[in-house]
Design a protein around this ligand. Structure first.
Ligand code: 2IT
Length: 445
């Protein structure tokens, strides 16, 4: 079957799973030529096998809130592909979570993990549980109830979950505590653990640092640098925090952050103190960004708007899928954007990516730009397996090397005749070849 026929079949089989179909479509478009030039892929029906998860676990999560009321949520783990290593990928706790979103994230994770050079397959999990406004005890009871189902199918050499939106160090702690009790083992079954119980230095910063290293590589290829660049970012969570820290260090100026309630414009730029304040804002568990403008009155809050209307040199979406659409991309281009790095998973719609491609604006897709997070998760797994801890310098040096190698892989498969790098194509082809060849080697399973 041709990739276009495969996508038609998938639409018929999984109607309404729009995020999942969007993610598959993007990859299939990029690999069309490679697929047609390599009949062994077609014979082994690699694409048909790759687009369906190996298995999906769906379960009910029941827990009791602080007022004594019984709450019921849905839980999932999508084990997508383990051709190159144990299933690996985060757990998202967010009210929007459904199977389409977790399948898109799991599918993306396969190629992202392949790009890291580390042996990790692709998976994703989560729940429609909304952490906003919940007490620590409620979060703990929910995480424990979630793990009561999940523990059966995970393990340090089988499937290693981690954090994602709504799941940070606190949640990983509660999840790990329950896994350890049920399985009676201390192992690297989760990543993003606390530093004194098996976690890795730099893991909290890794996604943001890695994305900034990747963007720095894009800039260098264009004989440019972060120095004095105006950078707009969205979100104010873990990823946005890491980006803000590293951009500041490299001499750029981050002037926006955002939340579900709107965005903040801080013309002076985020300094160390303001970046530290993001952690406090996040810890308040209210999921709103507006208090920043009360804390720093020189900054302005724009309710229910997106930061892409602010003129910038570099735009780095760090929040959630499809947060930057075609009209946002038009606006950015009109305002003179020079580079875009998608730090959120599938943060840009296909229309937005098409705008950047047409305008020849270097655009880093999430699976390349944000791979530093899972890469340091992979390094955490290595440290756990060896039962030792690397220093900050050791982890950071490995992260930088991995991000440079991902950039090189994108250039290898995505450089066009005029020297312009189509990073979407490059990342998809590089990731696909690695996984497809592993699947070929391992027979029809
Ligand atoms: O989207 C992602 O790559 C993550 N949420 C991190 C996954 C991981 O296993 O560290």
């Amino acid at each position: 079957m041709k990739p276009s026929e495969i996508i038609n079949n998938l639409e018929a089989k999984h109607p309404g799973e729009k995020e999942y179909l969007q993610a598959v479509q993007e990859v299939l478009e990029s690999i069309d030529a490679i697929y047609n030039e390599n009949p062994q892929y077609k014979t082994a029906r690699i694409i048909e096998r790759l687009v369906e998860p190996d298995r999906i676990l769906t379960f009910r999560v029941s827990w009791v809130d602080d007022t004594g009321n019984v709450q019921v949520n849905l839980g999932y783990r999508v084990q997508f592909n383990n051709a190159i290593g144990p299933y690996k990928g985060g757990i998202r706790f967010h009210p929007s979570v459904n199977l389409s979103i977790l399948k898109f994230l799991g599918f993306e994770q396969i190629f992202k993990n392949a790009l890291t050079t580390l042996p990790m397959g692709g998976a994703k999990g989560g729940s429609d549980f909304n952490p906003k406004g919940k007490s620590d005890n409620e979060i703990m009871r929910f995480c424990q109830a979630f793990m009561l189902e999940l523990w059966r199918i995970i393990g340090p050499n089988t499937d290693v979950p981690a954090g994602d939106i709504g799941t940070g160090g606190r949640e990983i702690g509660f999840l790990y505590g329950m896994y350890k009790k049920l399985q009676q083992e201390n192992s690297g079954v989760l990543t993003g653990k606390g530093l004194n119980w098996g976690g890795s230095l730099i893991r909290p910063e890794a996604t943001g640092f890695g994305a900034t290293y990747f963007t720095d590589e894009m800039l260098k290829y264009n004989k440019d640098s972060f120095k004095d660049k105006i950078v707009t970012i969205s979100g104010f969570g873990n990823v946005a925090w890491g980006v803000a820290l590293k951009v500041l260090e490299l001499g750029g100026k981050v002037v926006t952050i955002s939340g579900p309630d709107g965005y903040i414009y801080d013309e002076a730029g985020l300094d160390e103190e303001k970046i530290e304040y993001l952690l406090e804002l996040r810890a308040s568990n209210n999921d709103i960004v507006s208090p920043y403008a009360e804390e720093y009155p020189e900054a302005k809050f724009f309710p229910e708007k997106k930061p892409w209307e602010v003129p910038c040199d570099i735009a780095m979406p760090c929040a959630i899928q499809n947060e930057l659409d075609g009209s946002d991309a038009d606006q950015l281009v009109k305002n003179g954007v020079k580079y875009v790095a998608e730090v959120s998973n599938m943060g840009c719609t296909p229309e937005a990516i098409e705008v950047f491609r047409k305008e020849k604006i270097p655009f880093a897709p999430g699976k390349a730009a944000n791979a530093g997070g899972v890469a340091v998760s992979g390094l955490e797994m290595s440290q756990n397996a060896m039962k030792l801890n690397w220093t900050i310098e050791e982890v950071d040096e490995k992260l930088l090397r991995i991000m440079k190698s991902i950039h090189a892989a994108c250039m290898k498969f995505g450089t066009e005749e005029d020297g312009f790098v189509n990073y979407v194509k490059g990342a998809n082809i590089a990731g696909f070849i690695k996984v497809a060849d592993a699947m070929l080697d391992q027979g029809i399973v």
